[in-house]
Design a protein around this ligand. Structure first.
Ligand code: GTP
Length: 337
């Protein structure tokens, strides 16, 4: 079975990180996010993953132009205009000769559940469409499904106001399509979540949810990217440090991920943060709930909270960044800002 992986977005909400690296190549526990998805597809028994990339995704397209080692075949199809999920599925099915039933995945999700069980439910109930549903604590931020006790989806509610949500089951970005559905996607750049899916439900077709508990994340915003790492660190009960990370014995690291080649100086404190490769943290610096891209340098005694710092930026010694600072790649933030 084939999986179409949608990765054609621009990742605007993750700027400045995505100014230098595609969202799906951002590290999750030291591996590009998409590699986790490919490993999961491989474990789930897929034969081929079709990476549906857009116009602005050169680094991702280049990374997989020659495929990927291993059992799962990875092929790239390239779009020339913004197609949204519906147009992208239609285009990928035609461009990669997808035949029969197939899966579609949002390329910015982290999932870990038993896909074969979802497929078994889909087949045994003769479904037209199945949607993996993740149970979350904050459903009002997502598309929420109304599901009957037999997992049939009765309705969708997009971002319900807090307290009015019909369930805490959200569209997890993993779908199973029967082959004929491609022809039912309306023409143009449309989102299937807002067109095909509600239409099928309104027609009384068999649209099934597959609720699951377990790690799920959409890494589309800095907050969610950090939350995913917190969840993985809790799940694994282990700190995650890249092979060549060096932490001074007099530094403190709490619930954080340190990429390869990271250096943390004496007296520094790094908490609830993700540091990509080759980040250097000066002595007595304080980094809290922040994401630092590759090659960032933090000067002695600098402090930050909820910061997102682009690749190669430098924060000078003693700088106190305002909470929530977004720093562009290769910027130098001096002692007086
Ligand atoms: P933002 O700019 O931050 O909204 O990011 P995004 O566009 O990457 O994310 P969004 O949540 O809008 O899209 C969900 C998934 O669909 C992401 O994995 C996108 O890469 C993907 N996607 C969105 N539009 C397209 C498209 O036109 N073509 C393809 N192939 N994928 C798309």
């Amino acid at each position: 079975m084939d999986a179409i992986v949608l990765v054609g977005g621009q990742g605007l909400r993750l700027r400045p990180l995505t100014l230098t690296r595609h969202k799906s190549l951002m590290p999750v526990l030291g591996q590009p996010a998409i590699e986790h998805l490919f490993d999961w597809l491989d474990r789930a028994g897929f034969a081929r993953a079709i990476l549906a990339v857009g116009r602005f995704n050169d680094d991702l397209a280049d990374a997989y132009a020659g495929g990927r080692p291993g059992r799962l075949r990875v092929e790239v199809v390239r779009e020339t205009e913004r197609l949204e999920s519906g147009g992208a599925v239609r285009y990928a099915v035609a461009a990669a000769d997808v035949e029969g039933r197939f899966a579609v995945l949002n390329g910015d999700v982290f999932v870990d559940f038993d896909f074969q069980a979802m497929l078994a439910q889909h087949i045994s109930r003769d479904a037209d469409l199945s949607i993996a549903l993740s149970e979350v604590a904050d459903p009002w931020a997502y598309g929420v499904a109304v599901v009957d006790p037999a997992n049939r989806i009765l309705d969708f509610v997009e971002k319900p106001p807090e307290g009015t949500e019909p369930s805490n089951l959200i569209n997890a970005g993993v779908w199973i399509f029967e082959a004929g559905l491609t022809a039912e996607i309306p023409a143009g750049a449309v989102r299937v979540e807002e067109t095909l899916f509600p239409t099928l439900v309104a027609q009384g077709r068999t649209v099934l949810g597959y609720p699951y508990r377990g790690v799920w994340a959409d890494i589309g915003t800095p907050a969610r990217y950090l939350e995913l790492h917190q969840a993985l660190l809790t799940r694994d009960q282990l700190p995650w440090w890249g092979p060549k990370a060096f932490v001074d014995p007099a530094a403190s690291i709490e619930a954080s991920v340190l990429g390869d080649g990271v250096q943390v100086g004496s007296g520094a404190r790094v908490a609830n943060s993700v540091l990509w490769e080759e980040v250097a943290i000066g002595e007595h610096a304080l980094v809290q709930s922040s994401i630092l891209a590759n090659g960032v340098t933090i000067g002695v005694g600098a402090t930050m909270q909820d910061a997102v710092i682009g690749a190669g930026a430098t924060i000078a010694p003693g700088v106190q960044l305002p909470p929530g600072s977004l720093i562009d790649p290769h910027t130098i933030v001096g002692a007086r800002g």
